[in-house]
Design a protein around this ligand. Structure first.
Ligand SMILES: Nc1ncnc2c1ncn2[C@@H]1O[C@H](COP(=O)(O)OP(=O)(O)OP(=O)(O)O)[C@@H](O)[C@H]1O
Length: 347
């Protein structure tokens, strides 16, 4: 796989797809450079899997065009899935139960000589770290080993783009994080172009070079994970990646007046008038400075490495969450806290 980032590996131009009267993808455009790992995230039914199926060629478009490696594969002309250089990896891995690990990997390499196929399979099994499992059958493998077998099978033909649909969701939490980290570092090392579907906001942020947030068949925002999290374009994107308390504000000359004080949030150009201020847990800090505001603790959730406190401030209906890492007395009822203005979001 190539890592020349100037080349576009996948180009979707104004694509549309409907099932009967239901528009599932409506006028969507997206470019993915070679070597980029993109996570596609959004609520259930927003069209993530349909988009993968369109790129794979198992679903056609009703309008627009799909290009892979500079070649049109759907739109004015249609290229069959088996003639597209696309690797697929599904949530359930779809391994062939009657074939051992090596033969599962060999399956996708039919067009080559037996000797070449064995050499390629051995190399990829080694890269993925399961060479020692080559003779084993899928039913005898752990979830993580099955995941690696499916990954090896998808990568063996050196596809121009690897499409992964919820590839880690079958693994339990502890294993999931480790397998995800290992898989992504392997894919980055190979310079693979990857589109990975997930419905998990944290997985999307931690896995993608770029995160594409979808809603109802459209792209809401496509950005670097940090930008998407810290500077979302709109309230939907802000809420998708982090729950926030919303407080009413009044904007005037770049300042925002709220029940918790007057702030100048950075990078926010809000028109004068009423606005909604999103207060995420990390936009609040427990402290004892003179400008801190007293609050009553209404609820606490112990999370191991931190504790989430819910604070009720005078003049605010909604409790605001804040995370603390220092142990707090269990009978503590009152506390003081203040806003970190640069972490506020205003819409
Ligand atoms: N073959 C089909 N015929 C009719 N409707 C379909 C078909 N495939 C998908 N849909 C509908 O298209 C919409 C998008 O489905 P899709 O599977 O792409 O969503 P998704 O974002 O991947 O959801 P999830 O996260 O739940 O898997 C859904 O409303 C689904 O019911």
């Amino acid at each position: 796989m190539n890592t020349n980032s100037n080349e576009i590996s996948v180009r979707l131009t104004n694509i549309k797809c409907s099932f009967g009267p239901t528009i599932v993808i409506g006028d969507l455009s997206l470019e993915i450079p070679k070597g980029e790992i993109v996570t596609l995230v959004g609520p259930s039914g927003c069209g993530k899997s349909t988009l993968l199926r369109i790129i794979a060629g198992v679903q056609g478009v009703d309008g627009g065009s799909v290009e892979l490696g500079g070649q049109v594969v759907d739109g004015p002309r249609f290229v069959e899935p088996e003639s597209r250089s696309v690797g697929l990896m599904f949530q359930d891995y779809a391994l062939f139960p009657h074939l051992n690990v090596r033969d599962n990997v060999l399956f996708g390499l039919k067009k080559r000589s037996r000797r070449d196929r064995i050499e390629i399979a051995t190399t990829i099994l080694r890269r993925v770290g399961i060479e020692h499992l080559a003779e084993r059958f899928p039913h005898s493998l752990s979830g993580g080993e099955q995941q690696r077998t499916a990954l090896a099978r998808a990568l063996a033909p050196e596809p121009a783009v690897l499409l992964m649909d919820e590839p880690f969701s079958n693994l339990d939490q502890g294993l999931r994080e480790r397998v995800r980290t290992d898989t992504l570092s392997l894919l980055r090392g190979l310079g693979a172009t990857v589109i990975m579907v997930t419905h998990d906001p944290h997985e999307a942020l931690s896995s993608g070079d770029r995160v594409v947030l979808m809603r109802s068949g459209e792209i809401v925002q496509s950005a670097d994970p940090r930008q998407l999290y810290h500077r979302p374009d709109n309230a939907y994107a802000a809420d998708f990646f982090c729950s926030s308390a919303k407080i009413q504000g009044q904007a005037k000359d770049g300042h925002i007046e709220t029940a918790l004080g007057r702030f100048d949030p950075p990078g926010c150009e809000v028109e004068d008038g009423p606005c909604t201020v999103f207060v995420r847990p990390h936009a609040l800090r427990v402290c004892d400075d003179v400008d801190c505001v007293p609050a009553r603790i209404t609820d606490r959730v112990f999370l191991g490495d931190r504790e989430r406190l819910f604070l009720r401030f005078e003049g605010l209906e909604e409790a605001l969450a804040v995370d603390v890492t220092e142990p707090m007395a269990v009978d503590l009822c009152h506390i003081r806290a203040k806003i970190v203005p640069e972490r506020l979001l205003v819409f």
